[in-house]
Design a protein around this ligand. Structure first.
Ligand SMILES: C[S@@+](CC[C@H](N)C(=O)[O-])C[C@H]1O[C@@H](n2cnc3c(N)ncnc32)[C@H](O)[C@@H]1O
Length: 190
């Protein structure tokens, strides 16, 4: 069981290689990646989206759970990264790698899964929630676990995390991915 848990999909390996070639250090962790795969697999006919492709590591994890009738759209504002990430998925027409601002995603919404990882999360949280389909799952990573309620970061209330965790249109929770990192996972109410 532990061996199966540690298997890394070949496209994730390819995207990690791209990251290494260009010195990109902000790819999601394997722990987050496995959650992304689970979320994509739970929506086999879904529209799966990601803001902030980076080198395609998160995209590749989402892709590893992608149903035959699902589609995956991701956007990256860095042209070079977007082109390199797109190369990892050229053989699969279920995947679209867009180049530009995260708002390019809007025309593909509503989303059944949205990994909001570059654009939107901080500057337009309400807009992020509006892109979710009823029952759509939102995943936000890179939080630091807090023993407090409301959650705190660097001694201050983490208003952004609080926004997502208490939004009236969402059922949301925070899940540890490692002892020192967490994700917010939320489902949009019908
Ligand atoms: C944390 S990294 C993404 C990592 C990737 N999702 C993964 O899991 O491997 C954030 C990325 O978002 C991109 N980004 C930041 N703001 C953006 C925006 N407004 N629109 C599109 N991409 C953006 C950055 O260029 C960066 O590559």
């Amino acid at each position: 069981m532990i061996v199966a848990e540690r298997v890394v999909p070949p496209r994730v390996v390819a995207a990690e290689r791209v990251a290494s070639e260009v010195g990109f250090k902000r790819s999601c962790s394997p722990e987050v990646g496995r959650l992304l795969r689970l979320a994509a697999a739970a929506k086999p006919y879904g529209i799966i989206a990601e803001s902030g492709t980076g080198s395609g590591v998160g995209t590749a994890w989402l892709h590893s759970g992608l149903g035959a009738d699902a589609v995956l759209v991701t956007v990256e504002r860095d042209e070079d990264l977007a082109r390199r990430a797109a190369d990892v998925f050229t053989d699969d027409d279920r995947v679209s790698v867009l180049t530009g601002d995260w708002r390019l995603l809007e025309r593909h919404a509503p989303f059944d899964v949205f990994f909001c990882d570059g654009g939107g999360k901080r500057e337009d949280p309400e807009g992020v929630v509006e892109l979710l389909a009823p029952g759509g799952v939102l995943i936000l990573d890179d939080f630091t676990p807090s023993p407090h309620w409301p959650p705190r970061f660097c001694g201050e209330v983490d208003e952004l995390r609080l926004f997502y965790l208490t939004h009236p249109a969402l059922d949301a929770t925070e899940v540890l991915t490692t002892p020192t990192s967490s994700v917010v996972v939320a489902a949009r109410r019908l």
